[in-house]
Design a protein around this ligand. Structure first.
Ligand code: GLP
Length: 261
């Protein structure tokens, strides 16, 4: 795992966008794993700008999102399908047929979860998985005690997550208590993972996830198993890490990072 610290949220988002753009240019039909949440909104804006100004081409790109609320349809403004269409898909030249999220309205959510894992495998697996982190340390909606080998499935949302995401709903009581989420095992199969976290409210959970023990209580700590995982944080989210001098040295000196400076 590498941890890259950038001065602010904008430059953290810029770095992640440049990594995605570089991969997309190298492999135009790449399979991109996508995330939702407030943190990703500015990243998607940067990608939209790159599409407009630098002709970043999404026409062959295939995407799989981490999760979707159970019981929300694609047209529901609080669904993650709606979020993705609004923030990214309808603003770049992606073929909507190549974009995938679990179906929150599936009659059989367990069967839908299995189908979702199978379709990721059929696409050849995920090349780059973008991740945020929730206050419980969740990736997707892998709440505390999610098995580190879990597959896509239905998860009940924790009270902390209900409180974190409830305000995003026009009526917080409408927030579903369950979601279909890629499992930790599914996420760890991606060839590369990039976690983006910004803001002081993420500092404590980032420190636990990166420098703490691997534990099902903090599902993001499972990324320590991943052979190619990059965590990009701003100064605020890095404020409770202990080895920051080492992380800064790597970004300033390692050849892989030179071109991003
Ligand atoms: C939701 C998503 C997570 C995401 C989290 C972070 O809970 N299911 O995948 O990491 O939001 O949200 P925010 O960026 O708003 O802090």
């Amino acid at each position: 795992m590498e941890c890259i610290i950038r001065p602010d949220a904008q430059s953290a988002g810029n770095l992640v966008a440049r990594i995605i753009a570089e991969d997309l240019r190298a492999k135009p039909d790449m399979v991109l794993g996508l995330a939702t949440g407030r943190t990703m909104e500015s990243l998607y804006q940067i990608l939209v700008d790159m599409h407009k100004k630098e002709k970043l081409d999404f026409s062959l790109c295939r995407t799989f999102n981490l999760d979707e609320y159970v019981g929300l349809s694609a047209s529901d403004t609080q669904s993650y399908r709606y979020y993705m269409n609004h923030h990214l898909f309808k603003r770049v030249n992606i073929d909507l047929r190549n974009t995938h999220l679990p179906d929150g309205m599936a009659a059989d959510p367990d069967a839908e979860s299995r189908r979702y894992d199978e379709s990721i495998a059929a696409a050849g697996g995920i090349d780059l998985q973008l991740l945020g982190i929730g206050r419980t340390g969740h990736l997707g909606f892998n709440e505390p005690l999610s098995a580190l080998k879990s597959r896509t499935r239905v998860k009940a949302l924790s009270p902390i997550t209900m409180a974190q995401n409830g305000p995003l709903f026009d009526d917080p009581k409408r927030m579903p208590h369950r979601a279909i989420t890629m499992g930790i095992g599914t996420i760890l199969e991606a060839r590369r993972c990039i976690l983006l976290a910004t803001g002081e409210e993420k500092a404590a959970i980032i420190a636990k996830a990166i420098e703490g023990p691997i534990t099902a209580m903090v599902s993001a700590s499972a990324l320590q198993w991943h052979p190619k995982c990059t965590v990009v944080v701003d100064e605020a989210a890095a404020s409770k890490l202990t080895e920051t001098d080492y992380y800064r040295w790597i970004f300033a000196n390692e050849p892989e990072w030179k071109r991003f400076q």
